[in-house]
Design a protein around this ligand. Structure first.
Ligand SMILES: [Fe+2]
Ligand SMILES: [Fe+2]
Ligand SMILES: [Fe+2]
Length: 418
């Protein structure tokens, strides 16, 4: 049995990204829907291909979330379209199950008359996404921003004429614009994504991509979630949790800080002590996580995620629960989160020495903040736990550096396209 259904994976992505900027998410959904209908009209794709391309259509602007201030989306889309195209591509390529199909996102702002400069086996999907993207902007947002007879003037220059013809055929067959106006496209999208049960790997891939997209906003938080998941799993195994508890703990820790997506970088990266008001904002991430996950993941997963700041003596947040209200997996998640914070480098501190970390954790356990037997188990196995985590960390940091490096290389290449 699966903890999170395919439809709900999509729902988590949708809700999370909507919190940062609902305009981008709406635009993504409409673009994805238009693309889906255009491709469906051609009747040459498997159901899995349709799902994959539709997901890419929905997520085509995911690179915009790398920006901290994305209030003026249309500026990013038109003035400097490469940055988000490249980040979106890199996120999807390295962090999602999309691998080389991520190219479709890389080129979504490339003018049609430049296609000769690129090599891609997905040129047709690229031209369709490019058109779907413009169609949404045209139909819904700023018709007036388009020159009169835009679609007549720039055929086969900015966009592909073949893609436009395909759109018109799909429009005649399915009534795309009518479905957009009435809102029924949302049900159609949900149906498509529910029809195709994603594999566990596919779902995990997308959730991990979502989490990394958030963590990658700041170099300091980039390994925090990964470390929490890793420590949680290791401690869980040492404490002999059953496979179901381990699985719940995995998803609970993976999703525990999703709500941080709504916290401004100035607070996340603050180098000093947070003021009371800032602390209030920071603490809100738990409630936001709860808002996103409520109703879309099993309760066991939800509770692990939203209780990671609770303390056994009731001094934690956001509910102030006490020891007998907190399950062992929830208490392990809290310990894993603290260990991750102490062990990791942050904007306001360097990594602590292992003596200091052990001392702090022991004190916390003695003061009835966190579970004593969990801490004892951790400390007994401390070096092994850290060594195992370090191995995995190398890969993530490697990935992070690779994405930064690739970003520069690709930007360079894109300059020649202008
Ligand atoms: Fe874009
Ligand atoms: Fe777009
Ligand atoms: Fe947290």
């Amino acid at each position: 049995m699966s903890v999170i259904s395919s439809k709900d994976v999509y729902e988590i992505i949708r809700k999370t990204l909507s919190i940062i900027n609902s305009k981008i998410m709406n635009h993504g959904e409409i673009t994805g829907y238009i693309l889906y209908k255009m491709l469906e009209c051609e009747q040459i794709y498997t159901e899995q291909e349709l799902v994959d391309y539709t997901m890419l259509g929905i997520l085509h602007d995911i690179g915009l979330y790398k920006e901290d201030n994305i209030s003026n989306v249309s500026d990013f889309e038109t003035k400097n379209p490469w940055q988000h195209s490249i980040y979106g591509f890199l996120f999807l390529k390295y962090l999602s199950p999309m691998d080389d199909r991520a190219e479709i996102v890389l080129y979504h702002h490339l003018d049609y008359n430049r296609y000769g400069l690129i090599q891609s086996r997905y040129k047709h999907i690229i031209e369709c996404l490019n058109l779907a993207d413009k169609m949404d902007t045209f139909l819904h947002l700023q018709k007036e921003k388009f020159e009169k007879d835009y679609f007549g003037c720039y055929r086969d220059i900015i966009f592909s004429g073949a893609a436009l013809d395909l759109f018109h055929r799909a429009e005649a067959q399915y009534g795309i614009t009518a479905n957009l106006v009435s809102g029924t496209y949302k049900e159609e999208l949900a149906e498509l994504l529910a029809k195709r049960a994603f594999s566990e790997q596919y779902k995990k891939g997308f959730l991990e991509m979502l989490v990394y997209t958030i963590d990658f906003r700041s170099e300091h938080t980039v390994v925090h979630t990964l470390a929490t998941v890793n420590f949680g799993q290791q401690i869980g195994r040492l404490m002999h949790l059953g496979s179901r508890d381990l699985r719940d703990l995995y998803y609970g820790t993976l999703l525990h800080d999703l709500g941080k997506i709504a916290i401004p970088l100035s607070i996340l990266e603050s180098t000093g002590r947070l003021s009371d008001d800032e602390m209030k904002v920071m603490k809100a991430h738990v409630r936001i996580t709860e808002m996103i996950l409520a109703g879309v993941v099993e309760d066991a997963v939800l509770q692990i995620a939203v209780r990671h700041h609770e303390k056994l003596d009731g001094s934690g947040y956001h509910k102030g629960l006490t020891e007998n209200q907190l399950t062992l997996p929830q208490q392990i998640a809290a310990v894993a989160d603290i260990l991750s914070a102490l062990y990791g480098k942050r904007s306001y501190k360097d990594s602590f020495s292992s003596e200091l970390i052990r001392k702090i954790m022991k004190e916390d356990a003695e003061n009835n903040k966190i579970n004593k037997s969990v801490v004892d188990t951790l400390i007994k196995n401390y070096d092994k736990v850290i060594a195992e985590f370090e191995k995995e960390k190398e890969n993530t940091i490697g990935l992070y550096l690779k994405i930064k490096e690739q970003y520069d290389v690709i930007s360079e290449r894109f300059l020649s396209f202008q």
